[in-house]
Design a protein around this ligand. Sequence first.
Ligand SMILES: Nc1ncnc2c1ncn2[C@@H]1O[C@H](COP(=O)(O)OP(=O)(O)O)[C@@H](O)[C@H]1O
Ligand SMILES: [Mg+2]
Length: 260
Amino acid sequence: MDTILELKNVTKRFSGLVAVDNLSICQERGTIHSLVGPNGSGKSTSISMINGMLPLTEGEIFFNGDKISGLPVHEIAQRGVGRTFQNIKVFGTMSVLENVMVGGHALNKKSGGIIKYLVNIGGTNREEKLIREKAMEALEFVGIQDLKDMQVKNLAYGRQKMTELARALVNKPQLLLLDEPAAGLNPSERAELTDMLIKIHESGVSLFLVEHNMDIVMNISDIITVINFGAKIAEGTPDVVKNDNEVIRAYLGSKYKKAE
Ligand SMILES: Nc1ncnc2c1ncn2[C@@H]1O[C@H](COP(=O)(O)OP(=O)(O)O)[C@@H](O)[C@H]1O
Ligand SMILES: [Mg+2]
């Protein structure tokens, strides 16, 4: 198997609480691999350990065969790991284009990262121009280039989410970590998001998806890992997972179970 992402016996403790419990996951390149489980089961914590925002208590994480746990966030991003957040992180008073450009600067330690960028916004140097071009490309990819000059706070929530998605795509990640991208979206926005995830995947990006909406998860995932209290309770294709008795008991209920 051509592995893009591997979590090896990863544990995260917050003082007394075990948020992630000896979790091992192997994701094959080119797949949509979903991580699901009840609220508080350690999904967001797992994503934050993968992209370097949270240190591991125990275990190791590998990307393309190289150990990335312990590396700083910008270096993990540079290697090709992008992410979006459960609680959308956009700058409301900035334009759509500026928000997406922040993604281009986030990797660049030399340019001083996000903070310095926010001070220098609107600069005219060569690097700025390149980042602007990459940001426009990402906006065109997600189909909101016409909104580029709008202030983000004036957009519908679904459009704000697309802005965040475009920002995560600016650096052309090989692996995109998505933390509940469908949360808060109405049905038509959800359908649009699902199409967009498929389009991103078809462009060659592997997706690591945390999502509560099981219709989306069951429809687009190649493999699903189910966790409860931070520990893996099941893993497999959607058909295997939705008929697993422990998954039904701990999380899914029998809604998705095949009729006997
Ligand atoms: N920074 C933190 N400090 C202390 N406890 C935390 C922190 N972040 C998350 N937790 C706890 O860790 C557990 C897992 O949280 P989280 O990963 O956010 O779950 P999920 O994303 O699956 O809903 C929860 O019990 C949560 O309260
Ligand atoms: Mg979460």
